[in-house]
Ligand binder design. Structure first.
Ligand code: ZN
Length: 308
């Protein structure tokens, strides 16, 4: 660990402690963040001590908003990038820097609020402020919370090609999906939950098959949701040509949580940027994604009720 890294760790640990300590002395409430209730203090170096798989993740789970009822469906919204990682960068007509990490967070919060307004669904954000969050933590949060859907929100850059605009939606590519399933099976043979199938204690071969089946179903559901986003967005959100994409994205590799990555638009395009950076524009995105999520969860509940 370099001196700089050490210093950063000290600052990360001491600043919140200092703020809280100071507040106690002064006897005041600290507005930790203006979206308050989802604020979680995370100490990235504290080992959560979860054994198995060699990938013990020192991650803390975010709070879940919405009804206090675990039988309600849970959507995990992931705001791409954050902290030192700004993501794609654009410049507005006044010469101000526009960063993807701020766009994704604002969109994630708008979507959360929309879902809570609709009611009946629980929502968690992988991050609810400007912080760095390692890529593997994001789907892992969804897995550990046993989410019904994982939506990672991003915005894109087309560099100098300012005319390029529109949204797109990614699911995990088949090759990546198969490969991820194989790797997951190898790594987490004793994982105890895969779409409700207990694989603990199974032989490696049986586990691999169960993981594979689970992943196939997960993929089908992710594709169905992607289709709903396009359908619900028609006429409201402009999409790029062939907006349905598949790629080997690490953030989509949860084998048992249907996961999509929504590229909301281009920070390098004037029209997209205006939609992405205004409350009115964000409301359009939130409404479209909110409708798609509602339909998706209703279908899923229907399928479960009919024993499919
Ligand atoms: Zn991104």
């Amino acid at each position: 660990m370099s001196f700089r890294a050490l210093l950063l760790v000290l600052v990360l640990l001491l600043v919140p402690a200092g703020v809280l300590g100071g507040a106690r002395v002064l006897g005041r409430e600290v507005p930790m963040a203006y979206w308050g209730r989802d604020y979680v203090l995370r100490f990235p170096l504290a080992d959560a001590g979860e054994g198995g798989g060699g990938a013990a993740a020192p991650l803390e789970l975010p709070q879940v908003a919405g009804p206090d009822d675990p039988s309600r469906p849970l959507v995990v919204i992931d705001a791409g990038h954050g902290g030192r990682d700004p993501g794609a960068i654009g410049t507005d007509p006044e010469g101000r820097r526009v960063e993807e990490k701020a766009i994704t967070l604002a969109l994630a919060l708008a979507l959360r609020d929309e879902l809570l307004r609709q009611g009946g669904v629980r929502v968690a954000l992988t991050r609810s402020d400007d912080r760095i969050l390692p890529l593997p933590y994001r789907p892992e949060i969804a897995r550990r919370l046993e989410a019904d859907l994982f939506v990672s929100i991003h915005a894109d850059s087309a560099g100098e090609r300012e005319e390029v605009s529109g949204a797109s939606i990614y699911t995990l590519s088949n090759e990546a999906s198969n490969e991820a399933a194989a790797r997951f099976a190898a790594r987490e043979n004793d994982a105890d939950r895969l779409n409700g199938i207990t694989v603990k204690g199974q032989s490696a071969a049986v586990s691999a098959i169960l993981v594979d089946l689970s992943q196939q179903r997960t993929q089908e559901e992710a594709l169905a949701f992607a289709g709903l986003v396009l359908r619900e967005g028609e006429g409201t959100l402009p999409f790029i040509p062939q907006p349905r994409r598949a790629a080997a994205l690490a953030v989509l590799r949860a084998p048992d949580v249907p996961s999509v990555l929504f590229e909301s638009g281009f920070v390098t395009n004037l029209t997209d940027r205006a939609r992405l950076t205004t409350p009115e524009g964000r409301a359009q995105y939130a409404a479209v994604l909110g409708r798609a999520i509602r339909v998706y969860l209703a279908r899923r509940a229907g399928a479960a009720a009919s024993g499919e």
